[in-house]
Write a protein that binds this ligand. Structure first.
Ligand code: SF4
Length: 396
């Protein structure tokens, strides 16, 4: 069995381990990083009005099949939007395209405490006795969760360090090297020590600690938020404009939520409830909560990214524009991505947004000096690891 799954940013590291730790005989084939060709194929063979992540992941599947994969794993949900149908429709499309030998196996992550995902691990695992099977599953889940958490730490550190780096590109290089190291770390001892490795590697970056970067939150639909090719590498672009990026959404955040252990998300739900009473799919519920939360914490701006035609995210955008913007006055910019997204207009909009936030910050400072406005709230943001990164920068 040659197994594969679609790209979603750096998360291939965790998903690869999920299968290799389950059984060393499972061969994992990674699709090529998402690219124009893959998108072209996905678009050509998908229904015109289906969501953009459907098209991009279909392109990834074709890339993996061409490299020899015969079993493709696609996450599914029971949510109110189209995500729950991806795997079934994609399998039919792949068969119609001539790849009749390929299976698309759903990985049910609607509620991880219902343990439907065990069925997927059972299905892809080579035949063996029950004891070996269950011990393999336990190990696979532990390695997967540890790597997902470490990927979240890398994302946190990347968001802050890029805003302070003196040599543009150092942070990007550090992240690249760390992903390779994390992919190679497969013993529990190595994974336990890996947080230290992350700190050591980031600490090597030459930073200018006198900067006071703008603080911007990014939120939106999960595939677009995490896959750098489809979001035009927005985290990097903003970071290189000197902005500190805060993004809660990552694989770890999502998995903790699906295990009912993500108390931060529960807080966001509480904030969003007056505007959206329930989860309507995508990240709508949490995007709204996050906009309110970030505005209250004194952020300089908010970036909302989503796929063109994504109904839940368009709903979030409408609520932010028509209700929340007037109440909280946190500058916000929206990016809807699809196969036609291009770099030039995108870059110009980002630069204009950074100018706007800079002017607004200066304006607020002046007002504060004149005593017309109470002082801007003290930042108490970010998780424990974010604070450790701030300490590393301040200690330089
Ligand atoms: S969240 Fe949006 S993009 Fe994703 S499946 Fe639902 S409607 Fe489509």
């Amino acid at each position: 069995m040659k197994i594969s799954f679609p790209n979603m940013g750096p998360n291939w590291v965790a998903f690869k381990s999920l299968f290799t730790a389950l059984d060393p005989n499972i061969e994992v084939i990674l699709p090529d990083p998402t690219n124009r060709e893959a998108i072209k194929i996905g678009v050509k063979h998908s229904p015109e009005f289906v969501c953009f992540p459907f098209k991009a992941t279909l392109g990834d599947f074709v890339s993996a099949i061409k490299k020899g994969a015969d079993t493709l794993v696609m996450a599914i949900d029971c949510g109110p939007c189209r995500f729950g149908f991806y795997h079934a429709v994609q399998e039919r499309l792949l068969h119609d395209m001539g790849y009749k030998h390929v299976r698309v196996i759903p990985l049910d992550q609607a509620d991880l405490l219902e343990f439907h995902w065990v069925k997927t691990l059972y299905e892809v695992s080579p035949p063996k006795n029950k004891l070996a099977l269950y011990s393999g599953m336990v190990r696979a889940v532990i390695v997967f969760l540890k790597k997902a958490k470490l990927l979240s730490d890398i994302q946190t550190a990347e968001g802050i360090f890029r805003a302070y780096e003196r040599n543009q590109g150092d942070t990007t290089e550090t992240v690249k090297n760390l992903l390779i190291k994390l992919d190679e770390a497969n013993t529990l001892k190595e994974l336990r020590n890996f947080k230290k490795v992350i700190k050591e590697e980031f600490n090597k970056i030459d930073v200018d600690k006198t900067r006071n970067p703008l603080k911007v939150a990014i939120a939106g639909e999960i595939h677009i938020s995490l896959e750098t090719f489809v979001n035009l590498d927005i985290r990097r672009k903003l970071g290189e404009l000197g902005v500190e990026i805060h993004q809660n959404l990552c694989l770890w955040d999502w998995v903790a939520h699906k295990f009912h252990l993500n108390f931060h998300r529960k807080w966001l739900e509480h904030l969003a409830k007056p505007y959206v009473p329930m989860d309507i799919g995508g990240e709508c519920y949490w995007v709204i909560g996050e906009y309110i939360d970030r505005a209250r914490s004194g952020f300089d701006g908010f970036v909302h990214v989503y796929p063109f035609t994504c109904m839940p995210e368009v709903t979030a955008r409408t609520i932010i524009t028509n209700r929340l913007k007037g109440i909280y006055d946190l500058p916000v910019i929206f990016f809807s991505f699809d196969e036609h997204s291009g770099m030039e207009g995108f870059r110009t909009r980002l630069e204009a947004f950074v100018d706007l936030m800079t002017t607004r910050r200066a304006h607020l400072k002046n007002k504060e000096k004149e005593g017309k406005e109470s002082s801007t709230p003290e930042f108490d943001i970010g998780n424990h690891f974010y604070k450790e990164c701030v300490q590393l920068i301040n200690a330089k």
